[in-house]
Design a protein around this ligand. Structure first.
Ligand code: NAG
Ligand code: NAG
Ligand code: NAG
Ligand code: NAG
Ligand code: NAG
Length: 501
């Protein structure tokens, strides 16, 4: 629930209008006048603590473009008390019905994180009531409060309109994801003086047209000395960083083992993997990740708390946007795909060949090769097939034509302001979609979410038709499996050899 002491109720025209209306038609509705007076008095009681500047809301009604300075309303005042209003009879014939609201069902804003994107710019990442955004126009004002604010021009509070990005394509549920871009007209706290980033989130009449309720969020606090502009100029630590979507359910440790070994091998020493645990990293999956965490390749983020807030797919869009901004300066390229997907570059090339050829692009998308998650290739001893890796035995590729298949993507994160699941739509620079097999990904849909043998049907032909979908054997991934197994053994030793499905 919103905290009472953080509300900024603003006077509104409707109450005034109602009162004037009563005076004009004071034909005899004394009872109503008394009610109106009573109501007005209670409002005045509440508002007497607010400086008069608040009363003129026209001054701050228009949202200025980003970077122009905004006047903030006066500091917080207590919320108007909920006094139950009864129905009243007007002119002796009309029954004026009243509506009494209690509580609020979705938060105005749920803060996940806030990060600097430069000396003068920040990204604030969170969730907000979806109907509020769909049917109303909530606004955000960003305020930088220096550690020791003075009236000195270089060291005073400054407010700008925040630019809101809704990156989840309308997928949200009770909550939708909001990235608030706060860009000030000049660098703030850049000299290491420290400060605080506040975001004032206002409903602007959505929810209750009578009120513009503002909640003040302390998005970021920088202790003096903790930030210097030079920190953002250092070359990125990693060549490749993987931002994973939330993991949940009873995941197969063996599939996770294959995925992580395969991708550390593919992306190489200067890579890092950020895994988000929404409940899927149970004990056996943790055992598989642990050696890679110890080697410094994996960071595990526990995001189980977000389950309290009903968004799309365990708040996938929230998590990837947090990951983007959190690691934006740590990696040259950032990849977004899932743990049942395997990135592939042809044998005679490396991932670096591909990304080096795409330096002129901020984003490129990766085509899918869809694999059957049921058919397994039986071309040798059937007794041994259960000991093979998934990528060795699930070799039937769906070659149905004319199907739109999802893509995954990679970006150079310094040019990206918000991100999605299949691509980013908030970036500067070019996007490349035609890579003609230079890089693809193999998708083994659903194979990771079950802790059992994935093979449902053993097939001994190189082609197979299942319910009108043609499959052909594609042994590309099988051919790299041996090298990946050797890589795992030499990198982390034999600790995972006994991993189960
Ligand atoms: C906010 O948007 C501006 C302009 O679009 C951009 O230059 C800046 O990098 C963005 N900030 C962040 C933190 O993404
Ligand atoms: C700056 O803003 C903070 C927080 O809103 C407030 O406490 C402080 O008095 C302001 N300082 C000045 C100099 O306006
Ligand atoms: C609500 O208040 C905020 C913060 O003062 C302001 O930016 C916004 O324009 C207001 N909205 C309306 C509709 O008055
Ligand atoms: C790939 O990169 C390596 C060195 O990183 C280089 O020797 C090789 O020629 C490149 N191959 C292609 C096809 O660009
Ligand atoms: C392939 O499988 C079919 C039925 O599953 C079987 O009848 C056939 O003998 C098998 N062929 C070979 C060469 O194993």
């Amino acid at each position: 629930m919103v905290k009472d002491d953080e509300q900024i109720p603003i006077n509104n025209h409707k109450h005034k209008k109602m009162f004037i209306g009563v005076v004009w038609s004071c034909a005899g509705e004394l009872k109503f006048l008394l009610y109106a007076l009573l109501f007005l008095c209670s409002i005045i009681t509440v508002f007497q603590f607010i400086p008069s500047s608040v009363w003129d809301i026209r001054d701050c009604a228009a949202v200025p473009p980003p970077s122009s300075i905004v006047e903030l309303p006066a500091p917080s005042a207590p919320r108007i008390e909920n006094k139950k209003l009864d129905d009243v009879v007007l002119d002796g014939v009309v029954i004026k019905r009243n509506f009494n609201g209690y509580g609020s069902a979705a938060y105005n804003f749920i803060l996940m994180s806030a990060y600097r994107g430069g000396g003068d710019t920040f990204a604030v990442i969170g969730l907000s009531s979806k109907p509020l955004h769909l049917f109303a126009r909530p606004t955000y004002v960003c305020e930088w409060v220096p550690h020791h604010a003075t009236e000195n021009i270089n060291n005073k509070n400054i407010s700008v309109a925040g630019y809101k990005i809704l990156p989840d394509w309308g997928y949200g549920r009770v909550y939708t994801v909001v990235v608030v871009n706060c860009t000030f007209p000049y660098p703030v706290g850049e000299d290491g003086s420290g400060g605080q980033l506040l975001v004032h989130a206002s409903t602007s009449g959505g929810g209750d047209a009578d009120f513009n309720i503002s909640d003040t969020i302390e998005a970021l606090v920088e202790a003096p000395g903790s930030f210097h502009a030079s920190q953002l100029d250092t070359p990125p630590k990693y060549e490749y960083l993987y931002c994973g979507s939330p993991l949940y359910g009873d995941l197969s440790p063996q599939r996770v083992r294959e995925w992580i070994a395969y991708h550390v091998n593919l992306f190489g020493e200067k890579s890092h993997f950020v895994i988000h645990d929404a409940g899927g990293v149970h004990r056996d999956v943790m055992e598989v990740l642990r050696p890679w965490i110890e080697k410094g390749y994996v960071t595990l983020q526990d995001i189980k708390e977000q389950e309290r807030f009903d968004g799309y797919y365990h708040n996938q869009f929230l998590v990837v946007n947090d990951c983007l901004h959190r690691y934006r300066f740590d990696a040259k390229w950032m990849f977004f795909f899932d743990v049942d997907e395997f990135i592939y570059v042809p044998k005679d090339t490396t991932i670096k060949n591909v990304t080096d050829s795409l330096l002129g692009y901020t984003q490129f998308s990766i085509e899918q090769r869809t694999m059957s998650n049921k058919l397994c290739y039986l071309d040798d001893d059937p007794g041994k097939i259960y000991r093979k890796w998934g990528i060795e035995k699930m070799v039937y590729r769906d070659i149905k034509r004319g199907i739109r298949r999802d893509r995954k993507y990679a970006v150079q994160p310094r040019n990206v302001f918000a991100t999605g699941v299949h691509m980013s739509q908030n970036l500067k620079g070019k996007t490349m979609h035609k890579l003609d097999g230079k890089i693809t990904y193999y998708h083994y849909h659903g194979t990771i979410s079950e802790r059992r043998e994935p093979c449902r049907q053993l097939v001994n032909t190189t082609e197979k038709n299942v319910d009108g979908t043609p499959y052909v054997v594609d042994t590309t991934m099988r051919e790299v499996a041996e090298a990946v197994k050797r890589f795992e053994l030499t990198t982390i030793g034999p600790v995972l050899l006994k991993t189960h499905q």
